[in-house]
Write a protein that binds this ligand. Structure first.
Ligand SMILES: Nc1ncnc2c1ncn2[C@@H]1O[C@H](COP(=O)(O)OP(=O)(O)OP(=O)(O)O)[C@@H](O)[C@H]1O
Ligand SMILES: [Mg+2]
Length: 301
């Protein structure tokens, strides 16, 4: 090898090392964008319900393998954002691309790559999990017997074996939630949207689901979930996206948010970034109203 050739080879090698190093550093920081496939791109997303301007110019990219914890105050527009990405709300303005194509031209085969756990779902309550999941499986093109067997195995692992053939209308909140979670995963989607997914689940189930989310991400799945359970968001997400006043107010890993805001807990960071300083006054006033003698007299006279 001539010296010019050798120099060129070293240069190419060095660039390679530098690239790997940069990717590693970026990955260690928690937000690993380099060379990962962009699955969703949102630009200047705006949504109004009548005069109520909910989303006011949202910009967000979602990459393969992300576990995004989408947080924000009640009514901030988290569920609205998810419904827009899923094509359930169409009256938005701005640009949304999914799997590299504009959402408005979304193809049916894209739907098969998406799983969804809604915030509140109307389930066919007279059905059993076996019937319900065989049915939802067929909507994604899975043969009923295959869907049924997979659903049984997944629910068995979530300790729902005994109720697989019982009607959903007798289920507790957590049991229903497990059926919905299995329903969202049955067709092995690439990206899973979960709107408050672990509400109602007991501590052991939450702990199992946290690990499941993490392992799904290491298998290349992308998870986008909204939650008010700060401990869950802190522990599971590699990116935390905070929606406040219709826009993304923060988009970083938990460690980065801690460093930027000099706060130890996500609850503290959330309060700080949403400008919430009134806790003590609110608590005092609330309790005063509840126990206030005059109110009692007025109410029960
Ligand atoms: N179909 C609708 N018609 C009218 N207003 C709506 C509709 N859907 C949502 N909104 C309003 O949009 C705002 C955002 O609602 P959204 O459900 O997206 O909030 P969120 O961030 O998911 O809140 P939460 O944390 O309580 O689940 C709320 O003020 C809500 O009242
Ligand atoms: Mg919501």
């Amino acid at each position: 090898m001539g010296s010019a050739q050798a120099s060129l080879w070293y240069f190419v090698f060095y660039i390679g090392i530098l690239k790997v190093h940069t990717e590693r550093k970026s990955c260690l920081r928690g937000v690993w964008h380099v060379d990962r496939k962009k699955l969703i791109s949102i630009r200047d997303l705006q949504m109004k319900f009548g005069m109520h301007h909910v989303l006011k110019g949202l910009d967000l990219d979602v990459f393969q393998g992300d576990i995004i914890g989408y947080i924000g105050p009640n009514g901030a527009g988290k569920s609205t954002t998810i419904k827009i990405i899923l094509g359930l709300i169409e009256e938005y303005t701005g640009e949304v691309e999914i799997f590299g194509e504009p959402l408005r031209q979304e193809k049916l085969h894209h739907k098969r790559r998406i799983g969804y756990v809604p915030e509140s779902a109307d389930m066919y309550e007279q059905l059993t999990p076996s019937e319900y999941l065989s049915f939802t499986g067929t909507l994604y093109g899975i043969k009923p017997a295959v869907a049924n067997e997979k659903a049984f195995q997944l629910l068995r692992l979530l300790e729902m074996e005994d109720v697989f053939h019982q009607r959903i209308d007798g289920f507790s909140k957590g049991m229903r939630q497990k059926v919905l979670i299995v329903s969202s995963l049955l067709h092995n989607p690439d990206i899973i949207f979960l709107d408050e997914p672990l509400n109602g689940l007991d501590t052991n189930s939450v702990s199992v689901m946290k690990q499941i989310f993490k392992q799904l991400a290491t298998q290349g799945k992308t998870i986008f979930f909204s939650s008010h359970m700060m401990e869950l968001v802190e522990n599971v997400s590699n990116r935390i996206v905070l929606l406040s006043d219709g826009k993304v107010a923060a988009d970083a890993s938990f460690a980065e948010l801690q460093a930027q805001n000099q706060e130890g807990s996500l609850e503290g960071i959330f309060n700080q970034l949403t400008g919430f300083k009134e806790q003590e006054n609110i608590v005092e006033s609330f309790v005063n109203y509840v126990v206030n003698q005059d109110t009692k007299r007025a109410g029960y006279a």
